[in-house]
Design a protein around this ligand. Structure first.
Ligand SMILES: [Zn+2]
Length: 424
């Protein structure tokens, strides 16, 4: 009997270690596969690569990131997991999206913030995302894919393929779908995040009515049917009239009123609003480039650069277009500007490396490609590095790079296999 009891106690202990934990938000027992420490490790490991693969941080106005952090931290402090190492960044991405990683690592895209009207609406977005982290939704949906496996290369991120077309130069598309944090939370998780997000907003002093407005905004945006939007926010947070009603019913449980902070929000957003036309011009330039109207695209992006010369994406597009036109020498100063404007974004290093490679400057090409790998390991950079090593007669190094590329699969992987067979 005693033996049996000990066994079942042991089994219970094993279960609590391996599978069951209390949801810190609802207080209910749930199947959770990771410890909180593992949540934090997962978030920390994936946070930077996820930011990189989605455009990197928005750097034109660092004050906006500081503001978002301040609002986010206020909400996190009243959450059920106030001690997670919360971080909030603004990503330089036009797609309206926001996400939370396990362990409290959050992001909101530039393209979502511009759609909002006041701080309470921003708090509705961040409150919802904080619940995903605090309620450990990521840990209980372990089947979702981690962005980066240990030592793995991201495939298809830079979209720069081989000359002459650079893979038809899929300019601007940031491979959001392929490499974004694949948070496909369940409907239950979404409902829970809506309900507790409203609670956190109210606790932090915000008008919870903003959560209803946010859902209404999402429904309106959904009706516009921008395909990239559906890939972004709405893939993980499907809006619906039902959801609007559910939020309205939830908000009705609280007293009316609360902080809106419209002026503070509008001040924090002033630069982004001022640059609205420049970003629209950038989007138009990308459309022109996709239609292979490279000169039109160049003149559009030059116009955007004139309006906002601190935006690294504008300079990067200019460099990419010049590469496309085989003006490698002219591409370099544009890419220099892109890198100077934001040295912490991997992609222009790849393009400048390609330009140097075309110009026969292998050492500079190698330096740039390695710099890009440090920010985000990609198949594209490894393939180029393999080509350079081979050209230098270093077959061993070339083989090592091609093996990495082959292991990551896809078209580049197939090309690498052919190259490997040739150098055996
Ligand atoms: Zn959600």
């Amino acid at each position: 009997m005693k033996h049996l009891i000990r066994l079942s106690a042991g089994a219970l202990l094993a279960m609590s270690l391996a599978g069951c934990a209390v949801n810190p938000v609802t207080g209910k027992q749930e199947m959770i596969f990771d410890s909180v420490a593992q949540d934090i490790a997962t978030g920390t490991q994936n946070y930077v690569p996820s930011q990189q693969s989605q455009g990197g941080q928005y750097v034109v106005d660092p004050g906006l990131t500081a503001y978002v952090n301040q609002v986010g931290k206020k909400l996190a402090a009243v959450s059920d997991m106030p001690n997670l190492p919360y971080e909030f960044v603004v990503l330089n991405n036009d797609v309206p999206n926001a996400w939370a990683m396990p362990g409290g690592k959050l992001a909101i895209n530039r393209g979502l913030i511009v759609q909002l009207e006041d701080e309470a609406q921003l708090a509705a977005v961040l409150g919802h995302e904080i619940v995903h982290a605090a309620a450990r939704h990521g840990a209980s949906a372990k089947s979702q894919q981690m962005v980066v496996g240990a030592g793995a290369l991201l495939a298809g991120v830079a979209i720069a393929n081989k000359k002459p077309e650079y893979g038809a130069l899929a300019v601007g598309a940031l491979a959001v779908g392929a490499t974004a944090w694949n948070a496909k939370y369940s409907r239950d998780h979404e409902t829970q995040s809506d309900i507790y997000g409203i609670k956190y907003m109210q606790k932090a002093g915000y008008d919870p009515q903003a959560a209803v407005e946010l859902q209404e905004l999402f429904v309106r945006m959904m009706e516009k049917q921008e395909p990239s939007w559906v890939e972004g926010l709405f893939a993980s947070h499907p809006p619906s009239r039902d959801r609007v009603s559910a939020n309205r019913a939830e908000v009705a449980k609280y007293p009316k009123g609360g902080t809106r902070n419209k002026d503070a929000f509008q001040r924090a957003l002033a630069q982004l609003k001022k640059d609205k036309d420049a970003y629209t011009g950038y989007q138009d330039a990308i459309k022109a480039a996709k239609a292979k109207q490279y000169d039109k695209a160049l003149s559009l992006v030059d116009n955007s650069i004139q309006q906002q010369p601190k935006e690294n994406l504008f300079w990067e597009l200019k460099g990419k277009l010049l590469l496309q036109k085989d003006q490698n020498k002219e591409a370099i100063p544009a890419l220099d500007k892109a890198i100077a404007a934001n040295p912490n974004f991997f992609r222009p290093y790849i393009y400048r490396g390609m330009a140097y490679k075309e110009l026969g400057n292998r050492n500079f090409a190698e330096r740039d490609l390695i710099a890009s790998q440090k920010l985000l390991p990609t198949q594209e950079a490894s393939e180029q590095l393999g080509d350079i090593a081979l050209a230098k007669g270093d077959r061993g190094t070339a083989r090592a790079y091609y093996e990495q590329v082959a292991a990551a699969g896809g078209e580049a992987g197939e090309r690498a296999k052919v190259k490997l067979a040739q150098i055996q």
